[in-house]
Design a protein around this ligand. Structure first.
Ligand SMILES: Nc1ncnc2c1ncn2[C@@H]1O[C@H](COP(=O)(O)OP(=O)(O)OP(=O)(O)O)[C@@H](O)[C@H]1O
Ligand SMILES: [Mg+2]
Length: 322
């Protein structure tokens, strides 16, 4: 039996802005087992980063987690106060590679110094004690330990991103959340970073939540895939289930928008319309204004989540008997 590591249940995170309440994450659920990679995909603004910030308990104001549970190693993380979370969980148990993080490296310190700081702050080491760990981390992410003396501007984008991944791995957390870790990089470097994540998962048994708007990127490394649309997970299952047998019209459209080099050539599609405003999302199914298959009920009632095959869930009226 796979061992559960993280269980997110009905999580809701809203931003209380002057214009209204942005329901950025609105009742999502998923389970991640030990050693699994889950891809979390969806268009810009659908709530992927907010999901990540909720798990690592760094939702920026005016945002707030307003409901649900985040059960990690059997405990609900939302029952902890922020001090306990900081002391016991963040970086030690759950770490994150932030979206656009490579630009957050401090330009005036070497990368070795910046990595050493993690051990000095969290493990109470001296710099001298920390350095062997820094060298080990750098080689783990495929950087020559000699580069510890380099400043961020001396590194390529791909190397800077590796440094950020090294930082997230420093304290050996069982769960790493990587938010768009390759977005600003060229395709070759993207593939290298994906291979690195795959290697870390295989060799170190790390569980990874990989966030991206690019479904083709996670196809090779994800065990599970969750497709998000407008604050909700609309489809969720193993990578094979979601890629080979997609059931939600939004998932199908997303997959049809990826060019395939091999296999039958089908016409590329794009999804007309725009993702909805999350202050006043459309009633019923949030995807209905853009859905080719919409029925009357889709405009009125929210679709239930249906298990279409074991472990494969879809929130769509086409699959609900009503
Ligand atoms: N600090 C904030 N204040 C107000 N609204 C916010 C804030 N941060 C995010 N939001 C809103 O929450 C929603 C979800 O944003 P989020 O950043 O989670 O999306 P995303 O899926 O990560 O998008 P992207 O692919 O562009 O990174 C959006 O409507 C966004 O405008
Ligand atoms: Mg984001």
């Amino acid at each position: 039996m796979p061992e559960k590591l993280l269980e997110v249940r009905d999580l809701k995170t809203y931003f209380y802005t002057t214009k209204g309440v942005v329901k950025a994450v609105d009742g999502i659920s998923f389970t991640l087992n030990k050693g699994e990679v889950m891809g979390l995909a969806g268009e810009s603004g659908c709530g992927k980063s907010t999901t990540a910030y909720s798990i690592i308990r760094l939702v920026p104001p005016p945002g707030r987690i307003v409901g649900g549970k985040i059960i990690f190693e059997g405990k609900n993380l939302l029952d902890m106060d922020s001090e306990e979370y900081r002391r016991k969980i963040r970086w030690k148990k759950i770490s994150m590679v932030f979206q656009g993080a490579m630009n957050a490296l401090n330009p005036v310190y070497t990368i070795g110094d910046q990595l050493a700081e993690v051990f000095m702050i969290h493990r109470g080491m001296t710099k001298r004690e920390a350095m062997p760990h820094v060298y080990e981390l750098l080689s783990m992410v495929g950087i020559d330990p000699k580069r510890a003396k380099s400043y961020p501007h001396e590194l390529s984008g791909g190397m800077k991103q590796r440094v950020m991944i090294a930082m997230a791995l420093a304290l050996h957390p069982p769960l790493v959340i990587a938010d768009e870790p390759t977005t600003a990089l060229d395709v070759v470097v993207q593939a290298q970073i994906m291979n690195l994540l795959k290697k870390l998962q295989r060799e170190h048994g790390i569980s990874i939540i990989l966030i991206t708007h690019d479904l083709s990127l996670i196809a090779e490394i994800a065990d599970k895939v969750a497709i998000m649309y407008a604050g909700k997970i609309v489809e969720y299952g193993t990578a094979d289930q979601v890629y080979l047998n997609p059931q939600h019209p939004y998932t199908k459209a997303l997959l049809n928008s990826i060019p395939r080099i091999r296999g039958e050539i089908s016409k590329l599609e794009w999804i007309p319309g725009q993702p909805p405003d999350l202050i006043a999302p459309p009633p019923g199914c949030r995807f209905h204004p853009r859905c080719k298959f919409k029925m009357d009920i889709c405009m009125k009632e929210e679709p239930p989540v249906i298990e279409v095959e074991p472990g494969h869930y879809v929130a769509c009226w086409l699959h609900a008997k009503k």
